[in-house]
Ligand binder design. Structure first.
Ligand code: OAD
Length: 235
């Protein structure tokens, strides 16, 4: 493998979208300091109080619609366009800022705010700006619409495909994630065990020490474009 043709798998988390104005979860003022995740991010919370959950995601959807991709999102899109090897982004983020920056190969393992899921028949469709649990599913007609996001206690999407790509990655890069939530938090070690070089780009060290061969710390809008420039023009 040479850097020019490396197969690259990139895991992104809330930190990459922080400078676009979308909050993170566990930083000071993060979403989980203001909301109880059991209330708004579990199937049990949705069963108890669907309106509260819909309101939480409606507010996040609105924030996302008002946000713009930042230099880190654009740098990853440039990497995908110009790099000779494969570039896959596996994101834990439910925003669509990677796609709006131009990335094509993006897998949303925790779902997407702009999609709706029928809790009755599992049909999916584009979410309206404001979702209501009384909205009928366009397929089965049952009023059981929920955001198409993965909640705690549910299986993240595309896990088998992700495992396959981790097993064949030459370079694994973790960007803007605290490494607090599995299975994503285990990806670096999996990729490393399978032979990949592992790099961490984050504001501060994540909770997965020992998984990375190299780490760079700073705001994503600075360190991600710098890293992409290095990969595309190796010395
Ligand atoms: P966290 O809030 O746990 O972590 C965000 C990480 O981003 C932290 O390590 C910060 O240091 C870093 N960070 C903050 N600002 C940054 C910046 N400007 N540049 C670079 N890094 C920055 O968010 P996630 O790791 O994404 O899941 O959280 C993982 C999952 O936990 C989420 O997908 C969500 C949440 O509960 C579900 O809701 C299922």
């Amino acid at each position: 493998m040479t850097t020019e043709t490396a197969n690259i798998v990139i895991l992104t988390g809330a930190g990459i979208s922080a400078e676009s104005g979308l909050g993170t979860f566990r930083d000071k003022d993060g979403l989980w300091t203001k909301y109880n995740l059991e209330d708004v991010a579990t199937p049990e919370g949705f069963a108890r109080n669907p309106e509260l959950v819909q309101n939480f995601y409606n507010a996040r959807r609105e924030n996302c619609l008002n946000a713009e991709p930042n230099a880190a999102h654009f740098a990853l899109a440039r990497l995908e366009a110009d790099h000779r090897g494969d570039v896959l982004i596996v994101t834990q983020n439910v925003d669509d800022l990677h796609e709006r920056a131009g990335s094509k190969s993006v897998w949303h393992m925790h779902g997407q705010l702009n999609r709706a899921l029928c809790a009755n028949c599992s049909n999916r469709w584009d979410a309206p700006k404001v979702m209501d649990v009384s909205h009928p599913c366009p397929s089965c007609g049952v009023p059981a619409a929920r955001p198409d996001v993965v909640w705690f206690g549910e299986m993240p999407y595309l896990m088998e495909d992700i495992e396959t790509r981790l097993a064949t990655a030459d370079l694994f890069v973790s960007i803007g994630t605290s490494g607090s939530v599995y299975p994503a938090a285990g990806f670096a070690l999996e990729a490393k065990t399978a032979g990949a070089e592992c790099l961490e780009l984050n504001l501060e060290p994540s909770d997965t020490p020992g998984s990375f061969d190299d780490s760079r710390f700073g705001p994503a809008t600075k360190i991600v474009p710098q890293w992409v420039t290095e990969i595309l023009a190796p010395k």
